[in-house]
Design a binder for this molecule. Structure first.
Ligand code: FES
Length: 178
């Protein structure tokens, strides 16, 4: 005949109940932590991945650009900032040199960040803020600008001009991404 298990004392039963409650509360805390932190960590990982993988934005059809004349083009780029998805409107200067070669300049003056313009009369880019002047190839011709115009990463894919938007520090001779 089998021995039946010893009946628990009231004290033992109380200890078992306390252990179970402790375990239950611990498990609930862990699950709550996961519910809060997993989406947060995922958003952080996603945004850092996107930051590393910069987007290419379509700015123009190569065939429609005039040769050797700067064209101001507007486009929208998208960015992720933790939980927020932002769409930002930019403008750039696009210059087609040949059927396959193109340069894209950031529209921001390298002196203190004003938006400069193209003057077709002089054939120069001119900044209205402190009178910096730049050549068609971006060289500084006059004024306080400490470096040439900033080029942006560009590629031509199937006749479409694609650009990666970037910002650079202003007021210094070096081209450093912000
Ligand atoms: S911001 Fe362009 S010259 Fe000063």
């Amino acid at each position: 005949m089998e021995d039946s298990p010893e009946p628990q004392t009231v004290e033992q039963a109380e200890t078992t109940r306390r252990k179970f409650l402790k375990w239950l509360l611990g498990s609930i805390a862990v699950v709550n932590g996961l519910i809060v932190f997993v989406p947060f960590l995922k958003a952080l990982a996603d945004s850092s991945l996107r930051a590393q993988k910069k987007e290419w934005s379509k700015v123009a059809d190569m065939g429609l650009l005039p040769q050797g004349k700067p064209v101001n083009v507007r486009f929208q780029s998208e960015s992720e900032d933790a939980y927020f998805h932002n769409k930002v409107l930019h403008s750039v200067w696009v210059i087609r040199h040949s059927p396959s070669e193109v340069t894209v300049f950031s529209p921001i003056c390298t002196h203190l960040g004003c938006y400069y313009l193209w003057d077709p009369q002089t054939g120069h880019f001119e900044c209205p803020c402190h009178a910096s002047v730049f050549a068609l190839d971006g060289r500084v011709l006059g004024g306080p600008a400490p470096r040439p115009l900033d080029t942006l990463p560009v590629k031509v894919d199937n006749g479409t001009v694609l650009v990666q938007w970037e910002r650079f520090r202003v007021g210094i001779p070096q081209k450093i991404t912000v």
